[in-house]
Design a protein around this ligand. Structure first.
Ligand SMILES: Cc1cc2nc3c(=O)[nH]c(=O)nc-3n(C[C@H](O)[C@H](O)[C@H](O)COP(=O)(O)OP(=O)(O)OC[C@H]3O[C@@H](n4cnc5c(N)ncnc54)[C@H](O)[C@@H]3O)c2cc1C
Length: 376
C-alpha cells in the first residue's frame, strides 16, 4: 500500500505528526518497534504545561498544543483530569521571580494568591512556610498511560491512520521505508524516535551531542482530598526557563544552591498531579548520560518526598508505584528538527516538554514537509 506520509514512532510527537498529516488529507502510516506505547510519552506526568515554558517559541508551541489537546481530548474521549497550576513558593526571592514573571506576556491566565487566600481555597494544604502562590489557569492534565493508547485508537478509527507495530524501521530512502517486516512506500517520512538516536541517521544525530535524561517518578496513595491544581515549588522556578531565564531569578538560584544543594545535584524539582482515583503522581529527578542506569535510587525518592512535604505541608501518603523514564536532551536546544533529505524530517524534543509542545511541533513538521515540494 502507498502512503503520503510514514511516521516513525508512536509516542506523542509521532501521533501529533500523524494527526497533523491526516488533517491535511494525507494517507498516513505510523510504525513503531513496540507492541504498545512504552516510551517517555506514557511515563510522564501527562502535564500539559504552558506557564513557565521557555519564552517565545516554546511558550507559543505550548499554547497551541494545549488547544489541540482540548479538541482531541473531547473527540477521542480522553478525560482531562485536572486543570491549572499552583506554583507554591516559600522564599521572598521566589516572590521576586513571580512578580517579574507577572510583568511579562507569559503571565496570561495567571495571578498571584496570598498564603491566606491559598489556605482558604484548599485548607487541606496547610503549607506553613508558603509565602505566595502563582495560580495559572493554562494547564491541563491527562493520564498518559491511558491517553496515548486512546489517541492512537482514535487516529485509526476517526482519521484512517494505519498502525504497524512490533516493527523496527531500519532505513529510509524515500519512497521506500525499510522495516523489519518488509518495505513500506511513502512519499514523505517523519522520524519521531524519542531518545533512540542510534537506529536512523546516527551520524547526523551524532552532531547534536544528544544524551538521555533519566527521571525517577512515584505514585502516592490518595491523600483523601482533591488538589486545587497541579503543584510545583521554588525548585521549579530555577528549572523552567520561562522563570529561570528572567534576571530576577539570580538571587533565588544562589539561595537554592546553598539551601537545597543535594536536590539540585540530582536535578530534583517538584511536580504533583492527581489521577482520577485520587492517587498522586509525584516527581522528579534529572540525571544525564548516553545510557543512564535503569535503577531507581531510594535516596533520590527521599529528596522528592522531602520537597513534597515542604511544599504541601502534609506527610506524603504511602508510595504505591515507582518507575523511571528517559527523554532526549541536547546541550543547546529545546527541539531538534533536522532534514536529512528533502522528503524526510527528524523531530526530537530535547527538553522534556513533548506532552506540552508535541501537537504544535507535529503541525510545523507537516507544514514544512508539505511545502518542501515533495509530491504525493
Ligand atoms: C518521567 C517523565 C516525565 C515527563 N513529564 C512531562 C510532562 O509532564 N509534560 C511534558 O510536556 N513532557 C514531559 N516529559 C517529556 C515527554 O514525555 C517527552 O518529551 C515526550 O514523551 C517525547 O515524545 P516522543 O514521541 O518524542 O518519544 P517517545 O514517547 O519515546 O516515543 C518514541 C517512539 O519511537 C519509537 N521508535 C524509535 N525509533 C524507532 C525505529 N527505528 N523504528 C520503530 N520505532 C522506533 C519508540 O519505540 C517509541 O515508541 C516527561 C518525560 C519523562 C520521561
Amino acid at each position: 500500500m502507498q502512503f503520503d506520509l510514514a511516521v516513525v514512532g508512536a509516542g506523542i510527537v509521532g501521533l501529533a505528526t500523524a494527526l497533523a498529516g491526516a488533517r491535511r488529507g494525507l494517507r498516513v502510516i505510523v510504525i513503531d518497534r513496540d507492541a504498545q506505547a512504552n516510551g517517555a510519552s506514557v511515563r510522564n506526568f501527562g502535564f500539559v504545561t504552558v506557564t513557565g515554558q521557555e519564552r517565545a517559541t516554546m511558550w507559543q508551541r505550548a499554547r497551541r498544543t494545549r488547544e489541540v489537546w482540548r479538541e482531541v481530548a473531547e473527540a477521542a474521549g480522553i478525560p482531562v483530569l485536572q486543570t491549572g497550576l499552583w506554583m507554591s513558593v516559600r522564599r521572598q526571592e521566589s516572590v521576586d521571580v513571580l512578580e517579574a514573571f507577572m510583568a511579562t506576556e507569559m503571565a496570561a491566565g495567571c495571578r498571584l494568591l496570598s498564603p491566606a487566600e491559598a489556605r482558604r481555597r484548599c485548607p487541606q494544604l496547610p503549607a506553613p512556610d508558603r509565602v505566595a502562590v502563582l495560580e495559572s489557569t493554562m494547564e491541563l492534565r491527562v493520564e498518559s498511560r491511558e491517553a496515548i493508547p486512546r489517541l492512537a485508537a482514535w487516529l485509526a478509527s476517526a482519521h484512517g491512520v494505519t498502525f504497524m507495530r512490533n516493527t523496527v524501521v531500519r532505513n529510509i530512502a524515500t519512497p521506500t521505508v525499510y522495516t523489519s517486516r518488509g518495505n513500506v512506500q511513502a512519499a514523505r517520512v517523519a522520524v519521531c524516535p524519542g531518545d533512540d538516536f542510534n537506529a536512523l541517521y546516527p551520524e547526523r544525530l551524532g552532531a547534536y551531542a544528544l544524551k538521555r535524561c533519566k527521571l525517577q517518578m512515584l505514585r502516592l496513595a490518595d491523600p483523601g482530598f482533591r488538589l486545587p491544581a497541579a503543584i510545583m515549588s521554588d525548585l521549579g522556578l530555577g528549572r523552567y526557563r520561562g522563570y529561570a531565564d528572567l534576571e530576577a531569578s539570580a538571587a533565588l538560584k544562589s539561595r537554592l544552591a546553598v539551601e537545597q544543594a543535594e536536590h539540585l545535584q540530582h536535578g530534583v524539582h517538584l511536580i504533583v498531579v492527581q489521577s482520577a482515583d485520587g492517587s498522586l503522581v509525584v516527581g522528579d529527578s534529572h540525571h544525564y548520560a548516553a545510557t543512564p542506569d535503569p535503577f531507581s535510587h531510594e535516596q533520590i525518592d527521599a529528596l522528592i518526598l522531602d520537597e513534597f512535604g515542604a511544599a504541601l505541608g502534609i506527610e506524603p501518603p504511602p508510595t504505591i508505584e515507582r518507575w523511571i523514564g528517559t527523554y532526549a536532551s541536547a546541550p543547546d536546544r529545546s527541539v531538534l528538527i533536522d532534514a536529512p533529505e528533502p522528503s524526510v524530517r527528524v523531530a526530537i524534543v530535547t527538553c522534556g516538554a513533548g506532552a506540552s509542545t508535541g501537537f504544535a511541533i507535529g503541525e510545523e513538521l507537516i507544514t514544512d514537509l508539505v511545502y518542501s515540494g515533495v509530491s504525493a
